[in-house]
Each structure stands twice: as C-alpha cells, then as structure tokens.
Design a protein around this ligand. Structure first.
Ligand SMILES: O=P(O)(O)OC[C@H]1O[C@](O)(COP(=O)(O)O)[C@@H](O)[C@@H]1O
Ligand SMILES: [Mg+2]
Ligand SMILES: [Mg+2]
Length: 337
C-alpha cells in the first residue's frame, strides 16, 4: 500500500502530506492544501477546547440547529473556525456543516472540492471534560467550475469520497485520515504545534469483544438487535460507550469492536447523520479492513437525498458487524413468516 512505503513514525504531518503528493506526479497540491487547512483549524479548536472552562465558552449557545438539537457555544465556535479556514484556504467551494441549515458557499467558485463536516462531535460531553471530535469528508465537486456549489455536489454517495478523517480531542489530540490508501493517525505535539505520525497503516481487527451502544433505548430496538446484544452479554464482551461517536469509533478501531446506533422510537432512522458522521467513518472503517452498514446495506452505497439525513449505523470489526446484521435480518424474516 502506498502509505506504507514511505511512512515512518515521527514524520510530521506536513512532510507526510508532501510525500504522498509526490507519489502522484499529476497531483496539483490542492487536496494537500485542503488537508493542511483542516489540520490548522483543528489546532485552533484544540486550544479553545483546552481552555473552555476558563474562557467561559462551556455550555449552551441558546440556539438549536436544523435538527432541533441544542447548540453548544463550542459547536458554534468550531463551525466558524472550520468554515473560515476552508474559505480562506481557497480549495473548498462549498461546505455542509451540522450547524448550518443550508449549503455554505465559500465564494471560491473555482475550487474543486467540497467538504461535509461535523465541526464538534459529542458536544454534550464538553461540559464534563470528556473527549470530543471533528469529523470530515472531502469530495470532488460535480457542478461546473466557476459556479456556486449545488445540492448535486453535496448529495454524493460515500463511495465518491476522496478523503475523510476525524480529529479526536482527548487525553492527547489526534488526526486520523485516509485518502483511499489506508488509514494513518497523527498525534498533536502542542509545544511544537505540529502533528506527527504515531499510528501508521491502522488496521481494524476482524473480530473484537467490545460493543458500544446506548442501551437506554433497548426496549424499542429491533428484535434482532436485542438478540445480538444478548449474545454479546452471554459472551461477556465489554460494554463501552462514551457518547462521542469519534471516541467510540477510535477505541474500536484500535482494539476491535462494534459501534451501533440503531433505529429507536425516538430516532426512527437512527440519530447519526449520513453526510458528515457516518460516511467519513465508514470510509475509514473500510480502509482499515472493517465494515460499516445501516444493518442491511453498505453505508458508502446509500444515495443521500437530504443534507442532514440520518441513518442507523453499524460499524467496526467485520465479523461483528456481519453477525449483528445476520441477527437483525434473520429475526425480521421469522417475524414476516
Ligand atoms: O446520547 P446518545 O443518544 O447516545 O447519542 C450519542 C451520539 O450523538 C452524538 O453526540 C451526535 O453528535 P453531535 O454532538 O455532533 O450532535 C454522537 O457523537 C454520539 O455517538
Ligand atoms: Mg456528531
Ligand atoms: Mg456536532
């Protein structure tokens, strides 16, 4: 795999991006610059998160997003920082953000790329000092160069992603991303202000013994999923749920496990958003040897119809996702007979 050839632990992110670009003689450097823009914005967010308690930027912003969810002050700050970095960087023509109802037109109508982003994931965890994240996907625009971005640009299926990743603001801050040649993780060294390669060529184990699901909605889960969860318990698997998707995904990627956010009576289509949560993580899961589905179909092949649409999400170690799907689908068949 290309990333494996040149990557060595300790390589600075900038250098790594440059090395990757040099492996593609016709690359223009625009995607590389876009990745740098995201990394830069993440450093600013990292600083804001670290001082949130002192700077008075914890707590609610007093507004709701298009999905009716209460926005935190840091949701808004992260949204502004990323939008500004991507607009000023010049490589992005349009953005879909969790925090904005409509497509954001950056004014860079000659730019090739569009970005979908959850600027701050797990934001209900900010006030209790538990890790949060940023999730992003990058696509090539579909509409002609020189025009404002359209829904056609934004509603692409996940298979069209040319890069995706997340930033995890945890006990250390990490940037994990893929351009379709494996997954690499970088740890932020705050005193140097730089990310360094710490997790080259990340691989999701085929099997695992961790299941991550908010069981509060158990009574309204699909019957087949209840059976899968009971199986996990019979096997004495570890139940781990942070409530920050990025964190739960990252742990299972490193250790082997499954994350599930199913349909419930509260969220009939699941809670997580296809465009700026599930597609990026599904891309990373597959790039690392894992799997991501909505319980029936591959996430990356779902055709989005709305900017903020939701989907049930089953992601992680391949054997676990397959078993959960079998349980889900078998019981459904029995119910229908
Ligand atoms: O509290 P619940 O229902 O378990 O939901 C937790 C999920 O919701 C999210 O917080 C949604 O993300 P946002 O904070 O970006 O809205 C995920 O990170 C997390 O996995
Ligand atoms: Mg989120
Ligand atoms: Mg969010």
């Amino acid at each position: 795999m290309i990333d494996k050839l040149t990557a060595s632990v300790g390589t600075a992110l900038d250098r790594f991006i440059q090395q990757k670009q040099e492996q593609f003689p016709y690359a223009t450097g625009e995607l590389s610059q876009l990745l740098r823009d995201i990394a830069l914005a993440s450093k600013i967010i990292n600083r804001e998160i670290n001082r949130a308690g002192l700077a008075g930027i914890e707590g609610g912003a007093g507004s709701n997003n298009v999905q009716g969810e209460a926005q935190q002050k840091l949701d808004m700050i992260a949204d502004v920082r990323f939008t500004r970095a991507l607009s000023k960087g010049g490589e992005t023509c349009g953005i879909v953000s969790e925090e904005m109802d409509d497509i954001i037109d950056t004014g860079n109508h000659h730019a090739k790329y569009i970005v979908t982003i959850d600027p701050l994931d797990g934001s209900s965890n900010i006030d209790v000092n538990v890790l949060v994240g940023t999730i992003f996907s990058i696509y090539r625009r579909r509409s002609p160069i020189g025009r404002p971005p359209t829904e056609e640009d934004m509603l692409q299926q996940g298979t069209e992603q040319i890069a995706a990743g997340y930033v995890l603001y945890g006990s250390s801050t990490m940037l994990v991303y893929s351009t379709g040649y494996g997954v690499n993780g970088f740890t932020y060294e705050p005193s140097l202000g730089e990310y360094f390669l710490s997790h080259p060529n990340m691989q999701c184990k085929e099997d695992g013994s961790i299941f991550s699901i908010n069981e509060g909605g158990y009574n309204t889960f699909p019957e087949g999923l209840k059976e899968y969860i009971e199986t996990c318990k019979e096997r004495e698997y570890s139940a781990r749920y942070i409530g920050s998707l990025v964190g739960d995904f990252h742990r299972n990627l490193l250790k082997g496990g499954i994350y599930i956010y199913p349909s419930t009576s509260k969220y009939s289509k699941g809670k997580l958003r296809l465009l700026y949560e599930c597609n990026a993580l599904a891309f990373l899961a597959e790039q690392s040897g894992g799997m991501a589905t909505n319980g029936y179909k591959r996430i990356l092949e779902l055709k989005p119809t709305e900017l903020h649409e939701r989907t049930p999400f089953y992601v992680g170690s391949k054997n676990m996702v397959e078993e959960a799907m079998r349980c889900l689908q078998q019981l459904e068949k029995v119910e229908k007979i």
